[in-house]
Design a protein around this ligand. Structure first.
Ligand code: 8IG
Length: 272
């Protein structure tokens, strides 16, 4: 296969195929079953999901960028979760990094090219429901894409009904009946919202505000993956507490929730 630094822009599926081929070669794992994308607060949970078969910097795979954010580790792991071959991205490329939608979608496209049928997209985000204290996990029921961008090119009229699989959400609620559900609004970032933007998000139907996941979910649907979205509320959205938002607080909420989130993901991967 031809490959060049420009392939990600000229032919994203070919770039994903190249990355999947490198993944198979480096890990010795020919195909994977499930992919996990671990966002803010979820990275430490990876250790609890399964036995590590291989662990590499994501930049060892073609067309992946190094991580830009503290708390996003920039590694890829192949895990064996009682026989389920699990591809874990510890960290992701965000739209606000300015590398384009192709870089944002490259992980889920690589997962699909590696054989995955399901992707679990996780994130840390702000919550609009005051009862969701930092550390609350929420199932994503739907999203509102406020980035103005799309990972799709040309006249690709992809259906987004049931984008966040009702089957997988029901399965999660069987494992953890108290898991609430919410609509995730993706802002472009990297700044957090103003209090007025948070009020707007609530009025238009959002329960969660973040800077990832939506664009990845669209690309994952196009690639034929079944999608589970899980948010970790690391902070009440701006303006709801009277206090400013602090990235360090966000990281701490993740560290303290890691074990619960890891157990949840371990159960989910085994139940798929
Ligand atoms: I962690 O309050 C985290 N990520 N947009 N707003 C947005 N993204 C976030 C937030 C938040 N917290």
């Amino acid at each position: 296969m031809t490959d060049s630094p420009d392939l990600l822009l000229s032919d994203p599926p070919a770039a994903a195929a190249a990355a999947a081929a490198a993944l198979a070669r480096i890990t010795g794992v020919e195909r994977h079953d499930v992919a996990l994308v671990l966002g803010s607060g979820w990275v430490p949970a990876a250790d609890l999901v399964g036995r590590t078969v291989a662990d590499l910097p994501v930049t060892d795979l073609p067309h992946f960028a190094p991580p830009a954010v503290e708390g996003h580790a920039g590694r890829v792991r192949s895990l064996d979760a009682d026989g389920t071959r699990t591809l874990v991205f510890l960290g992701r490329t965000h739209y606000y990094e300015g590398r384009g939608v192709e870089a944002v979608a490259h992980g889920v496209r690589t997962a699909a090219a590696a054989g995955c049928r399901v992707v679990v997209l996780t994130n840390g985000c702000g919550g609009l429901d005051r009862s969701w204290t930092p550390g609350t996990a929420v199932l994503i029921s739907d999203h509102i894409n406020l980035t103005g961008a799309s990972p799709l090119r040309g006249a690709r009229f992809v259906d987004l009904t049931d984008l966040y699989s009702a089957r997988l959400r029901a399965l999660c609620r069987e494992l953890e009946p108290t898991l609430p559900e919410g609509v995730y609004a993706q802002f472009r970032g990297p700044q957090y919202e103003t209090p007025a933007e948070v009020r707007m998000a609530g009025i238009i139907g959002a329960d969660l505000v973040g800077m990832s996941t939506g664009l990845e979910a669209i690309a994952a649907r196009e690639a034929g993956l079944e999608i589970l979205g899980l948010s970790l509320v690391t902070n009440l959205a701006a303006g709801l507490t009277g206090e400013p938002l602090d990235h360090e607080e966000v990281l701490e909420a993740g560290r303290s929730a890691a074990e619960r989130m890891g157990r949840l993901l371990a159960q989910v991967v085994r139940a798929l």
